[in-house]
Design a protein around this ligand. Structure first.
Ligand SMILES: [Zn+2]
Length: 216
């Protein structure tokens, strides 16, 4: 078991020498990261990340969805590059530490089985997995998407809310604070619908944290 583990990491190092990693945004060589330091410097952090706070629910967005962040999220969303999930999860980890947010579980935005099969993966699950590994805490799997919905793109706020109504379900009660990670916060309809579903099953804090926010 250990042998195969060691073998794969040697293989990885050798691959790094033969094909040094490059920034997925600008193409420059990096020290094994998906986004280089120069690109990271251009990320626009929001001065007011707290969007809303209602009782035990908090909504946050960390950065502005533009430039490097927009490109990085698109790579995560459409190309499934694990290395990008790792870089982006570090932004979330840094943020929760800075804000002093404590959580016992990490959750993601679930997809229906059909949606997941169609896309092949769930990008917010990739982020949650990185956070779960970093903190050694479980991923909350009892939050499910039970209704197939239309794509949110092109719908207005009201249509988005209508589209998502009743789309999620919590299969069991949860004891402990939950961090939900998302990639892009647009109108907040997903955030509201998910937390509305969760709050029925928990008295603990729910922190909805989006990596980026679309701001016109
Ligand atoms: Zn770069």
């Amino acid at each position: 078991m250990n042998y195969s583990k060691g073998k794969s990491s040697n293989k990885f190092n050798l691959l790094n020498i033969l094909f040094p990693p490059h920034c997925l945004i600008c193409g420059k060589e990096t020290n094994g990261e998906g986004i280089c330091d120069d690109c990271k410097k251009t990320i626009e952090y929001l001065n007011y990340p707290l969007i809303e706070h209602k009782k035990n629910i908090y909504f946050y967005a960390i950065t502005r969805y533009s430039g490097v962040m927009e490109k990085a999220v698109k790579i995560l969303k459409y190309k499934k590059r694990k290395i990008i999930a790792k870089d982006l999860s570090k932004i979330i980890i840094h943020f929760v530490e800075e804000q002093g947010i404590h959580f016992d579980y990490v959750a993601f935005i679930p997809m229906t089985r059909f949606e997941q099969t169609e896309r092949g993966f769930n990008q917010t699950y990739l982020l949650a997995k990185e956070v779960s590994t970093a903190y050694q805490i479980p991923i909350l799997m009892s939050l499910k998407k039970v209704k197939r919905t239309d794509k949110q793109v092109g719908l207005n706020k009201k249509e988005r809310e209508e589209n998502l109504k009743g789309a999620f379900r919590m299969e069991e009660a949860v004891k402990g604070d939950v961090l939900i990670v998302d990639d892009v916060y647009t109108t907040g309809s997903t955030a509201r619908e998910i937390t509305k579903t969760m709050v029925r099953k928990t008295k603990s804090n729910i922190y909805f944290v989006a990596l980026s926010r679309k701001i016109d």
